[in-house]
Design a protein around this ligand. Structure first.
Ligand code: ADP
Ligand code: MG
Length: 469
């Protein structure tokens, strides 16, 4: 079986949903489970609505205006993708979700404040709605009917209670997922479930954090032993840089799990950093594909994460950027063993992933970057146990990732040379995958990123590798 995950931009309109229905139908012989995100921008609007509700009477009309807008958006799209015969069921279902959302907004307005717990409750409606609509759109009757049961994500994804960034409880989640999904798959049905959202063992709604639907898809894939998790989005794979930042970005054929994790934590944010853990442990590769230009099956390529091509020429895989990185130097206390010191700092880095980034390790200590001011206090106190802390001015960190940097000194030397004047350093220790990081000012970051990309990828400096097109 395989897992197909569709992001917000892939289900943002009736036209997009039709295209996705076509993709899923075309892949039905591979026994898919479908994971969907909320329809474009819905999560953001829901949270804005919650904020307005908490802000008091003056802002309450804003909350209800957003509510109405979301309702008509969902009704409009849903009516266009579900045939008339299904509208009664559809309206009842959408009516039910908006009634529950209405009640949740009223509770927030009454309390006059928004807690992480109530924010998760409100945010969850995006995926509850999109997955319900998609299950009806996919399962509509016709010549070639498929059964597409809707699965409540809150029943199958069990998490702890760290609201806004909940962590799955894997044993319980795996047991529930197998129990719920496997009989449907065995019967030839295509289950549809919302991503991003889960619940505690007591049934309190939680979310996995931004981009969490990728993470949900990997959790489903790992639990069911999928052949592959396909993340369908608006780019045909991971590129050598974010195509929104670098116009000449090209596609990368393969990445290791470690390279994808390093990229995600260093600013790429795609796929969600959590995705790589379960996929790696279960050995399930992740493929990134575009739902806008679907080439099904035999020609499906995109980028595969988790299957390294051993014969590829060494190259940089991708470049990414993290703004506003507040630098923290942690000095090893005199007399401590280096290995023990490193282990204690890296434990904190892991625990607060992806808020902390390792910028470098030397004999004096370890240099980190922090991009979550809101977690400063917690992180400061956790690091304080490991060593003495000093702060340095914020910089933009540009990261070039490749496992080859550790094994091919010539590659590292050439990249360091290409990055001259950008304070480059080779970081091999303490990171998921070897990388070169450059520290530049925010004002020069755009130019530096473009220059590095140009120097490294423009003329395929290292011959044909895993970077294509
Ligand atoms: P979805 O709605 O499918 O989750 P996202 O917008 O969250 O899609 O993620 C896809 C976007 O990720 C792309 O449009 C691209 O701008 C961005 N992105 C950032 N870094 C990269 C990269 N290295 N390769 C490809 N896409 C990237
Ligand atoms: Mg996304």
């Amino acid at each position: 079986m395989i897992v197909l995950k569709f992001g917000g931009s892939s289900v943002d309109s009736a036209e997009s949903i039709e295209r996705v229905v076509g993709i899923v139908r075309g892949l039905r012989h591979r026994r898919p489970v479908v994971v969907v995100s909320a329809m474009a921008k819905t999560t953001r609007h829901l949270l804005k609505c919650a904020d307005a509700a908490a802000a008091g009477d003056l802002d309450l009309p804003t909350a209800w205006a957003i509510f109405e807008e979301l309702r008509s958006y969902h009704l409009g799209v849903a009516h266009a993708v579900v045939p008339d015969a299904g509208h009664r069921v559809l309206d009842a279902m959408i009516g039910r979700w908006f009634k529950e959302l209405h009640a949740a907004i009223e509770r927030i307005a009454e309390a006059g404040r928004l807690t992480p717990r109530s924010a998760d409750e409100i945010a969850s409606f995006g995926e509850l709605l999109s997955s319900s609509v998609f299950s009806l759109a996919l399962g509509r009757s016709g010549d070639d009917a498929v059964e597409a049961p809707w699965i409540d994500c809150r029943q199958v994804l069990v998490t702890d209670d760290s609201f806004n960034r909940a962590q799955p409880i894997y044993d319980e989640t795996e047991a529930r997922m197998r129990k719920v999904f496997l009989p449907h798959l065995a019967a030839g049905r295509i289950p549809v479930v919302g991503g991003y959202v889960g619940a505690t063992v007591d049934g309190v709604t939680t979310t996995l954090g931004k981009e969490g639907s990728d993470f949900s898809a990997a959790i489903v894939g790992a639990a069911l032993g999928a052949e592959e998790v396909q993340i369908w989005t608006d780019v045909d794979g991971m590129m050598t840089a974010d195509p929104r930042q670098v116009s000449g970005a090209r596609k990368v054929r393969t990445l290791s799990f470690a390279e994808a994790l390093e990229l995600s934590c260093s600013g790429a944010k795609k796929p969600h950093y959590g995705t790589l853990g379960p996929a790696n442990r279960a050995g399930v590769p992740i493929r990134i594909l575009s739902s806008w230009t679907p080439h099904l099956e035999s020609t499906a390529e995109g980028t595969v994460i988790g299957q390294r091509n051993p014969s590829a020429a060494p190259t940089i895989k991708s470049i990414t950027c993290r703004d506003n990185a507040r630098r923290i130097l942690v000095h090893a206390p005199a007399g401590t063993e280096r290995a023990a010191f490193l282990a204690s700092v890296l434990e904190v880095v892991d625990r607060f992933r992806p808020a902390l980034l390792v910028l470098g390790v030397d004999n004096q200590g370890i240099e980190l970057a922090l991009d979550r001011e809101d977690r400063m206090f917690e992180i400061h106190s956790a690091l304080g146990h490991a060593g003495a802390i000093h702060f340095a001015p914020s910089r933009t960190v540009i990261t070039l990732v490749s496992e080859d940097l550790a094994t091919h000194p010539d590659l590292a030397a050439r990249v360091l040379q290409a990055a001259e004047g950008m304070d480059p350093r080779l970081v091999v220790e303490g990171v998921a995958a070897p990388c070169i990081r450059c520290l530049v000012s925010e004002e020069t970051a755009g130019v530096a990123l473009a220059a590095l990309h140009e120097r490294i990828f423009a003329d395929n400096l290292w011959g044909p590798g895993e970077v294509v097109e």
